[in-house]
Design a protein around this ligand. Structure first.
Ligand code: NAD
Length: 495
């Protein structure tokens, strides 16, 4: 099995009942599949609460039954440690399934809204409606979590779904394509495999919603394809997440948390701390603490640690290795091309213009850029694209608030990286270059639901309605305004 990935060009496959008929479909091999899912959608079966519950339960069975194959596939793709797979690919998804099942009936309920004087006797509510046939496209770094967490919300919201896992994490892609469809209702859910060539064809079809996780570059391609059909979409993208470390921080705790965040999944995490900003003095104190944390976590020879993953592909390995020339290698720096191993590495005194500061690292390499103070750090962060996360380590809560108030990012973490995403009650998503829209927990359900504005009027009270009908008059205007007007409340002029 090819675990190196980055080898597009496989023939498109569709893991449902062979709906892909390229002859009948003309040039596009996915027309048949999309239209069969649309037919199923139009029957209304996915709208029923029982159907949603049964599919969510089936997803949980998939995770239970396939736990070992999942662990094996991810070991094959990037030697992901079983502990990390359980935590980030299995438990996290199961939590989402359980949370959705626990809350589905209340999420599905129509939401009553305030009414004005004219509509007092009517019924006004927001109905959470499924979009229809939606497409979920995933990346390779958390190849299961990042397709299944959106899938939970898409099912809960009552949609039909085509799932497109990344072709780069090929063992997981194969497992998903070969086994997931047999758990789900095949009329309504399908897995499509392939790389950019297949994606280009798939995206020619009209979907009712697209949920994409991946790079900003491909995000632009997906958004352009969606625009052709005016399809709404979510973009979960990447970028460089800054991490400011204040002088007075407890540096060993900082180092432990930074090394964990940077080295989990060998740094191939979209919300990992991408680089550190701190003073030159703090850098010198932080380096021995980082070295200590790395040795504590992975032993004197991290290559031999079973708890440290490998880089997904040769292409990614070459890209990350090329970044090691930035600044000076203060810790680590060892690489092994055969194994796609890159040691936990810290680059000190990195200049903002160097390669490590030009692109998302997406590997176990942590550059440190020195800045004189927090204001310079804030200016540095604000001079770059808005990231998925901004992190700050400081014992001074005022300083934490200052960074929070004066920067912008998808999420924010004080004194710990990544942990904000473990809260199902927080929306997860980017802003600007790091993405558009958010999900997790109820936010996923809302993402995959159209909020339909409904007003059910009575046929009575026509004299009241006649106030807005021509012929118009000053008197009618006065009466109409008094029924529609929203009065300003409160006395404070500043709020
Ligand atoms: P990618 O953009 O290369 O690929 C993502 C998906 O798009 C894959 O399924 C791939 O097959 C497809 N694709 C690739 N080229 C395409 C094309 N030309 N046209 C249409 N589809 C195409 O991303 P990746 O390398 O798999 O993942 C890494 C990126 O994803 C990083 O930037 C990372 O930060 C980001 N990411 C973001 C999040 C998040 O939640 N915001 C999570 C994980 C990863």
């Amino acid at each position: 099995m090819d675990t190196n990935g980055d080898t597009p060009g496989k023939a498109p496959t569709v893991s449902d009942t062979g709906k892909m008929d390229s002859k009948a479909a003309g040039m596009n091999p996915y027309v048949g599949l999309v239209s069969s899912l649309r037919t199923a959608w139009l029957t209304g079966k996915t709208r029923a609460a029982e159907h949603r519950v049964s599919q969510l339960e089936a997803l949980r069975h998939f995770l239970d039954d396939k736990k070992q194959p999942i662990l094996d596939a991810m070991a094959s793709d990037m030697r992901k440690p079983p502990f990390e797979v359980e935590l980030s690919e299995i438990i996290l998804v199961k939590n989402e399934v359980n949370y959705a099942l626990n809350n589905l009936s209340s999420w599905m309920k129509d939401e009553g809204v305030d009414k004005n004087l004219v509509t007092q006797l009517d019924t006004a509510f927001i109905r959470k409606e499924p979009y229809g046939v939606v497409l979920i496209i995933g990346p390779w770094n958390y190849p299961l979590q990042l397709i299944l967490v959106p899938l939970v919300g898409a099912i809960a919201a009552g949609n039909c779904v085509i799932i497109k896992p990344s072709e780069i994490s090929s063992s997981t892609e194969k497992l998903v394509a070969e086994t997931l469809p047999s758990y789900l209702d095949k009329d309504c859910f399908a897995v499509v495999t392939g790389g950019p060539a297949e994606m280009t064809k798939l995206l020619e079809n009209k979907f009712d919603y697209i949920f994409f996780t991946g790079s900003p570059q491909v995000g632009k391609i997906v958004m352009a394809a969606a625009a052709k059909h005016l399809t709404p979409l979510t973009l979960e993208l990447g970028g460089k997440n800054p991490c400011y470390v204040a002088d007075e921080s407890d540096l060993q705790n900082v180092a432990n948390r930074l090394v964990w965040g940077r080295c989990f999944n060998a740094g191939q995490t979209c919300i990992a701390p991408d680089y550190v900003l701190c003073s030159a003095e703090t850098q010198e104190k932080l380096l021995p603490a980082l070295r200590h944390a790395i040795t504590q976590f992975f032993g004197p020879e991290p290559r031999e640690s079973p708890d440290f993953a490998r880089i997904i592909s040769d292409k990614q390995f070459q890209r990350i290795r090329a970044l090691l020339g930035s600044g000076r290698v203060a810790i680590g720096g060892q690489t092994d091309e055969k194994e796609r191993y890159i040691a936990p590495t810290v680059l000190a005194d990195v200049q903002p213009s160097e390669p490590a500061m030009q692109e998302e690292i997406f590997g176990p390499v942590l550059p440190i850029v020195t800045v004189p103070n927090v204001d310079e750090a804030i200016a540095f962060i604000n001079s770059r694209e808005r990231p998925l996360a901004v992190y700050v380590f400081a014992s001074d809560s005022k300083l934490v608030r200052r960074v929070l108030e004066r920067t912008s990012s998808g999420g924010f973490g004080a004194n710990d990286p990544i942990m904000q995403m473990t809260l199902i009650s927080l929306p997860f998503g980017g802003i600007g270059n790091s993405g558009l829209g958010s999900y997790h927990g109820k936010f996923t359900f809302d993402t995959f639901s159209h909020h339909r504005a409904c007003l059910l009027r009575t046929m009575g009270l026509e004299p009241m309605n006649s106030l807005r009908y021509p012929p118009y008059s000053e008197r009618k205007m006065g009466l109409v305004l008094s029924t529609f007007r929203i009065k300003r409340t409160g006395t404070c002029t500043l709020l």
